[in-house]
Design a protein around this ligand. Structure first.
Ligand code: MSP
Length: 511
């Protein structure tokens, strides 16, 4: 993998269910990071997709009275639609029923087998269909999986993966690459799981057929997690050759973004599979938290599942994206409540950024003939200049640590400083007392708006683009390389009449 490349993935979504807020959350977070990396000059591959095999999906298809393939085609399309709805800039969408994926999963199996890490046996133990996971007797809590899922007893011929051989290599990996399991608060969980001893893993099933056939033994289908994890390679057209052009260009992936519930699969099983296949191990897995809704777990039975399209329809696309990224420290759990969403949108977007843009650009239109005013760097607050032009490293650090909420806070802090500056300088008073200085002050404000809008692009691409268009910034001058004084607005250039970007949302106590 080349240094100027960045390969980022979402988990692939199970198609047993319709897309909801939790799925949109993972995808938006990855989208923000992917867009940020592109704007900072990296070549990005951003992959998402759907996980379509396994018992859970087969059962859902049956419950709907449809053939699995017809069922997965329809639900997978709904996930594709969500990426469009949420303005997700993925470069590829992988489906595990596609030939390229089946080829890659089988090639991975063969590499693991050729190196002696797969053997035949018989599995007897507990399995939770909801989690698509095996559990040991000792892990059960009141007869259920630790996640609360029902378990069933399974006894069948199975292929096993020698996971037990990877205890020491995994611990070494975690030690060498401290960021491999992020955020740090999640590291210990996985460390103690591995230190607790790893048993070999059953990686095939014979009692159902909705899966990828095991190479050379068609009675078996692959364990759905082995199948699913291989998706990260399928998108590189993996066929067993570790040195193919696409593998050389993009592997290992920089970041797998996952929810905290699937960390074990990504930080224990997946690196072990890769090591067994002698493929480079991915750089980092970051686990974000889970959303509850008005204090409750989101579930079909409670009828409180939030559909992304309802949020976007009621509050706007960028408003929804912003709320998801800004409200909850990324990595922690969060609670979704309509009141907080409205308060957040009004405070950050309508009252802060929106107000700054509206009042500054309207004044420029009224008092400067709709043209970028004259510049004088000496009236442009120096601290704000530093934040506009010399803080890229801090921005990059935050994104590299997935501190997405802090990045939002810092952009808002910059907008707040600009609003304080406008209040302090009071250009409306200067208009009468010192019209030249008013021009300089309005110039500084327009320039702050340009920089704020550039920083905002990963989070709110459409709104940021509108603001940059008010300033007539050409499309090719909107990336982070243009956060410099030499790229600053040119006095005399025309600007557009601003339109409201973030309308205020009425807060009613009852809806
Ligand atoms: N198919 C597996 C992933 C395979 S990746 C090789 C899977 N799919 S899932 O559809 O169940 O979950 C996908 C992602 O959505 C997970 O990262 C999960 O954490 C996330 N979320 C599901 N519900 C969520 C919330 N309520 N809140 C936040 N994210 C949640 O697991």
């Amino acid at each position: 993998m080349k240094n100027d490349h960045f390969y980022i993935t979402t988990p692939i979504y199970y198609v047993n269910d319709k897309p909801h807020l939790g799925h949109a959350y993972t995808s938006v977070a990855c989208d923000v990071i992917a867009r940020f990396m592109r704007l900072s000059g990296k070549k990005v591959k951003f992959l998402t997709g759907t996980d379509e095999h396994g018992l859970k999906v087969e059962k859902s298809a049956k419950a709907n009275g449809i053939e699995p393939k017809t069922f997965v085609d329809s639900v997978s399309q709904q996930f594709r639609d969500i990426t469009t709805l949420m303005n997700i800039s993925n470069d590829d969408f992988i489906r595990t029923t596609e030939p390229r994926h089946i080829k890659a999963a089988q090639a991975l199996w063969k590499r693991m087998q050729q190196r002696g890490y797969i053997y035949e046996g018989k599995y007897s133990g507990w399995y939770a269909v909801r989690d698509e996971a095996y559990y040991q007797e000792s892990e059960l809590v009141n007869g259920k999986a630790p996640t609360g899922a029902d378990v069933e007893w399974v006894e069948e011929p199975s292929y096993f993966f020698k996971l037990s051989a990877f205890e020491a290599p995994l611990l070494e990996l975690y030690e060498k690459n401290q960021e491999f399991i992020s955020p740090p608060s999640r590291r210990n969980e996985m460390l103690s799981f591995v230190k607790g001893g790893l048993k070999d893993l059953s990686i095939s099933r014979t009692t159902f057929s909705w899966g990828i056939k095991v190479p050379g033994d068609e009675k078996h289908v692959m364990y759905v997690w082995l199948d699913a994890l291989a998706n990260y390679l399928s998108a590189l057209d993996f066929d067993g050759d570790a040195n193919s052009p696409l593998m050389t260009e993009w592997w290992p992936a920089n970041l797998h973004m996952v929810g905290k519930d699937i960390l074990r699969f990504h930080t224990v099983y997946w690196p072990a599979f890769l090591m067994a296949a002698e493929l480079p191990v991915i750089h980092k897995v970051f686990a974000h938290g889970w959303w509850t809704v008005e204090g409750e777990k989101m579930s079909k039975s409670l009828g409180n599942v939030i559909a992304p399209k309802d949020l976007v329809g009621s509050y706007g696309l960028d408003q929804t994206r912003w709320f998801l990224m800004r409200e909850v420290p990324f990595g922690s759990d969060g609670n979704f409540a309509k009141e907080t969403l409205k308060t957040r949108i009004n405070a950050d977007l309508a009252n802060n950024i929106g107000n700054l843009v509206q009042r500054t650009l309207s004044m420029v239109h009224k008092n400067c003939d709709g043209k970028v005013p004259q510049c004088d760097w000496s009236v442009f607050d120096e601290n704000i200049q530093i934040l506009c032009y010399d803080s890229m490293e801090q921005h990059l650090n935050r994104i590299n640590k997935q501190q997405l909420h802090i990045e939002c806070e810092e952009i808002i802090a910059l907008a707040s400083l600009a609003n304080e500056y406008i209040d302090k300088m009071a250009p409306w008073t200067l208009k009468k007392t010192d019209p030249e200085k008013m021009q300089r002050v309005l110039y500084a404000l327009c320039e702050m708006i340009r920089c704020i809008a550039i920083y905002l692009q990963p989070f709110m691409p459409e709104s940021a683009s509108k603001i940059l268009s008010f300033l007539n910034i050409p499309l090719e001058a909107r990336d982070f390389a243009y956060l410099t004084k030499s790229a600053a607005l040119k006095p005399g250039a025309e600007i557009q009449v601003p339109q409201a970007v973030f309308p205020r949302i009425e807060i009613k106590s009852e809806e």
